[in-house]
Design a protein around this ligand. Sequence first.
Ligand code: SF4
Ligand code: SF4
Length: 517
Amino acid sequence: MQPDPIQTAKLAGTRLYHFHGGLRLRHNKQVSCELPIARAALPECVYVPLMQHSGQEAEPTVAAGQKVLKGEVIGRCDHAGGGWVHAPTSGTVNAIARHPISHPSGLDGVCVLVEPDGLDQWTALQPIADWRDAEPAELRELINGAGIVGLGGGVFPTGRKIEEASRRGIHTLILNGAECEPYISCDEMLMREQPASIILGAQILQRAIGADRTVIAIEDQMGAVYQALARAVAATDATAIDIVKVTTLYPEGGEKQLIQVLTGLETPSGGRPTDLGLLCQNVATATAVARAVVEGKALVERIVTVTGSGVRRPRNLAAAIGTPISDLVEQCGGYAEGAARLVLGGPMMGYSLASDANPVIKAANCILVLTENDIQPPQPEMPCIRCGECARVCPALLQPQQLHVTVRNGFWDDTIEAGLADCIECGCCDYVCPSHIPLVDWFRHGKSELRRVAAERAGAENARRRYEAREARLARLKQERRQRMQEKKQALGDQRAKQERIEAAVERARSRRRNET
Ligand code: SF4
Ligand code: SF4
């Protein structure tokens, strides 16, 4: 790509670039930024899902009836991609049971149900006395044990991500504060109200991965945020932290798009930012890291934007993980008239929830309540008119119309070649398609089908290998048996010949004796 600097957004000596496509969307963020972040009250029961990270579900480490303290480990998964889960408050484990969880599949998941005792008492905390003296490996281990995952939505365990990054060699840490989806303001409010903890988290992360510098990316319309972060940087001895305003363009907060804007570099298809010596983390993740290292506190709460025209008093709440969404809506004045749909995440990449009994999870950055007026009636799907609009806006440089044809027809090898794995499901193509083709739904379906086909192929390949190994083993056994029989036959023949020689010698001796007498 030919670098194209955006002069107006040049800051701190950092030159900025464009990514392909994208959309300018109405922001609708202001409405939830008018009130400061408030602490959500604890519910009567917290429902803590054991599946809040990529990878496998954690195994419960507690039993029903057991007392737990806030921050105590209640679920553990040490597989790649897995993470630890901690009690969000002190109380009694009521049950470990299936419960609706917030997941695009809409399926239930195993939750640890904790009834708060009202004391909210922390377990014995073990912070690192001085993180500047700590070994990077010690920092990484502590971050891993604190159950921190990417709070921007990725939910990959941060400890594992920085472990891998530190092995690859990272020169720049990028803190992503560019919250590009409409309505979501939890990161903006966090940067306004707790900038010092973000800067501290950046310094710790920088040490943990061995990076030389940090770039904090924020949107160009977050004026108050820039000042808050700049003051926080000035109040520390940090010298290698730059704050960069990027032009507000959806989906600029996407990891690959943000990297392209900041560096002009494209993350290779199938590759990772670490291939370029970069590590991207969300600003809320940096705060969680600071809290874990300096205070010894595990990730047991997060800031959630509760917003949309279907809620009376939109705002940001710091909520314990496991709090039912209905409690948060209640604390924001309840549902407004006409509230019709609950979405977890933003309007572009979020997914609808079937119930407000679903609990807050680590990935829950926004609860969006839409009214009937906000929801467009479903439009009939028309044939593709090859207008090319979808390709024009695709930030991943894909050809969505062609991708759609390959997925729809189940041409899985063509789908892989067309770059389905690079689709970030941003929804830009859907948004502009005049034929109302639900492209992203097709791409999500295609990805899950590709996983199934890959598993089937791997299964068939394993079966073929097992069959060939069995055939080879049987042939070897047959050959060994034949060999043994031949050897036995040979041995018997030798034995018989020997016996005959002995008998002949005896006979000769007898006949000699007879002749002598
Ligand atoms: S959803 Fe995928 S294909 Fe569509 S614009 Fe976004 S990245 Fe491109
Ligand atoms: S935007 Fe819709 S109609 Fe236009 S080329 Fe893409 S899929 Fe076809």
